[in-house]
Design a binder for this molecule. Structure first.
Ligand code: PMP
Ligand code: GLN
Length: 389
């Protein structure tokens, strides 16, 4: 065994993701998995059939074009027009990626020089820290604080330095469920223009908004040329395993992201790309139905968690509920989550791992509600039994 450790220093400490750890725990214990965010029911049958058809017809079984198949790029451009009145050239302004995860990685690798600062609101999705690190960037976390988890815009302004290269934003926000308001977006856009910053927006929960409206930052004045917008089919269509994502923006920004992306996977998800092209064209009723269904599920789980004694922070969007466990005298979310399957037969995720500031989210625990209603009801009753009065 060579003396030098195999893992390069930028990835030191990243270990195994919390999602892998907690899903393995769910499998090992047979507990209900409200940890990792994936639906327990597949998306529309017509979309699944479209994938089967593509596979059988030999569409996408060999390398698709590097930018993605034209059908999907057109469907993404049409989606941006239909929902946000954004006008994109599908040939130069839309890049298909292996999920939003690859788009985020490629954007960081493409846009950052070593030492560039990236401002992101913590708690943040775990891949942000790893991707910034792999690109040699320096992350500058700004804390969203309970109970409202609103961004502190003065702190944001103060955090920008001459070394700041980009803002990495996520709205609707995983794990807090915060949806940025028009006023917050305007303030962020003004700052980006004033300080000449790039912005990468992670909008994977764009259709899962219960209170408020999703507005892409790219649609605000001055933002078109400085924003890379990222989304994914995983959440909207309940096919997280297909890993079909995309990045959109100006031709220059998309070309930059593509340059990095082509050396990560080059391309992925061939036949699924055709199926997602069909999914994006589903009628409005599909989009409202998935939102309404998840809103009902949010309310079921929120009620169950409240009845069990958790402090519940009601999310405006996404399919996660952040809670606080101080009410039980608990002081450490990771310890709590590791014991939860044994104690209650339920798996959750500690938000503490999504913070750089070690104390900021120490008592926060996240539960996913993208599960069948009977599963949520069962989980709620297990939690009530374990914790309720
Ligand atoms: N961003 C956020 C905020 C997420 O929660 C997730 C995954 N759940 C992703 C990106 C990754 O999306 P994908 O599965 O499309 O790679
Ligand atoms: N985004 C999902 C979540 O937050 C997990 C995705 C993953 O396992 N990497 O639960």
């Amino acid at each position: 065994m060579p003396a030098r450790p195999p893992l390069n220093r930028s990835l030191d400490g990243f270990g195994t993701t919390i999602f892998a750890e907690m899903s393995a725990l769910a499998l090992a214990t047979g507990a209900i998995n409200l940890g990792q965010g994936f639906p327990d029911t597949d998306g529309p049958e017509s979309v699944r059939e479209a994938a089967v058809r593509a596979l059988r017809d030999g569409r996408g079984n060999q390398y698709p074009p590097g930018m993605g198949v034209p059908e999907l790029r057109h469907a993404i451009a049409e989606h941006q027009r239909r929902f946000y009145a954004l006008d994109l050239d599908p040939d130069t302004q839309v890049l298909v990626t292996a999920g939003a995860t690859e788009a985020i990685a490629a954007a960081m690798l493409a846009l950052l020089e070593p030492g560039d600062e990236v401002i992101a609101f913590e708690p943040f999705y775990d891949s942000y820290a790893a991707c910034i690190a792999m690109a040699g960037g320096v992350r500058v976390p700004l804390t969203l604080r309970a109970p409202d988890f609103r961004p502190d815009l003065d702190a944001l302004r103060a955090a920008v330095t001459p070394r700041t290269r980009l803002l990495l934003l996520n709205s609707p926000h995983n794990p807090t469920g915060t949806v940025l308001t028009p006023a917050e977006l305007s303030a962020i856009a003004e700052l980006a223009v004033e300080r000449d910053l790039l912005v990468v927006t992670d909008e994977v929960y764009e259709h899962l908004v219960f209170d408020g409206t999703h507005i892409p930052l790219a649609s605000l004045p001055g933002m078109h040329d400085r924003t890379v917008s990222i989304s994914s089919a995983g959440k909207t269509f309940s096919f997280t395993g297909w890993k079909v994502g995309w990045a959109t923006g100006s031709p220059e920004l998309v070309a930059a992201v593509r340059t990095a992306k082509q050396f990560l996977t080059y391309v992925a998800s061939g036949p699924f790309q055709y199926a997602i092209a069909e999914a994006l064209a589903l009628p409005d009723t599909y989009y409202t139905a998935i939102r309404d269904d998840l809103m009902t599920k949010r309310d079921i789980l929120a009620e169950g968690l409240t009845a069990s004694g958790f402090q519940v922070y009601r999310p405006q969007g996404t399919y996660f509920i952040t809670t606080d466990i101080t009410t039980f005298g608990e002081t450490d979310a990771l310890t709590f989550c590791r014991a939860l399957p044994e104690k209650a037969g339920v798996v959750a995720v500690p938000n503490s791992v999504f913070y750089d500031h070690p104390t900021a989210g120490r008592t926060q625990v996240r539960f996913a509600f993208c599960k069948r209603q009977e599963v949520l009801t069962d989980a709620a009753s297990r939690l009530r039994k374990a914790f309720g009065a």
